[in-house]
Design a protein around this ligand. Sequence first.
Ligand SMILES: NC(=O)c1ccc[n+]([C@@H]2O[C@H](COP(=O)([O-])OP(=O)(O)OC[C@H]3O[C@@H](n4cnc5c(N)ncnc54)[C@H](OP(=O)(O)O)[C@@H]3O)[C@@H](O)[C@H]2O)c1
Length: 238
Amino acid sequence: MELIPQTGVGKKVCIVGASGKLGRYMVKHALDRGYEVVGVCREKSVHKLAEYADRITVHGAFTDDRAVIERAVAGCDAVLTVLVPWGVHDYASGTAKAVMDFAKPDARLIFSCGWHITRDGGDRYKRGIRAAVAFAKFMKITRLVDIADQYRATDAIFSSDTRWTVVRGSDLEEGPSEGLPVWSRHVGDPVLESNLTRRTDFALFMVAAIEDDSLIGEAPAINGRLTPSAIAHAEGAV
Ligand SMILES: NC(=O)c1ccc[n+]([C@@H]2O[C@H](COP(=O)([O-])OP(=O)(O)OC[C@H]3O[C@@H](n4cnc5c(N)ncnc54)[C@H](OP(=O)(O)O)[C@@H]3O)[C@@H](O)[C@H]2O)c1
């Protein structure tokens, strides 16, 4: 059986958006590493965390509820936040702002988003991603999503003086872990070419980032470590 390093013993982490697919993987990885876990998710989704009910504290509320976030992040050494652009009422930026306003100043803050977010404009996107973003922008008309809100959220994070990391996920798939994803600063870098990460490993990267100070102030774009481009890069690097 794999021995998981108990890096989280004696530490508390809050997972904002804990009931989603990524969130539940993060809960599992954090518990496996010995962290005390506090979760925030919509009231109607609390039941999705039933398997962890006796091991975590859950706050049922929208993640941009400032009073709830203030209570949930109190005393936490790290906050892992799933940024999602739902609705047209600044859900992602409201969530990010609440986390940054109420987390301890020295807390590690790790946020999830996709490759479409760019920190410095140095990313080179293929047509498929550009088309997906254009479609997502168009979808604001439905009032269901506002992708610009996710950009506003990450811009606020990038310009903050918190101990942040913004993890940019590639396309995702389900399946057993392949280990910690590889990462690079810019989409378009050869190591990222395969554009596919297991969702459980996205979550693993988020949790591992808590203990990796070299990721503070970085916006790593990730890719599965067993994808062809990651393997080719590793072989070329030997
Ligand atoms: N899906 C992809 O292919 C992909 C690719 C790259 C990066 N990412 C990033 O990965 C992260 C997780 O995304 P995911 O797509 O994999 O889904 P996910 O993990 O299931 O997360 C979706 C989140 O959105 C919440 N949500 C759903 N409908 C909502 C609504 N109407 N109002 C408010 N909250 C709502 C969910 O909460 P409930 O549990 O309450 O429904 C859940 O917390 C995001 O940061 C995303 O940008 C995703």
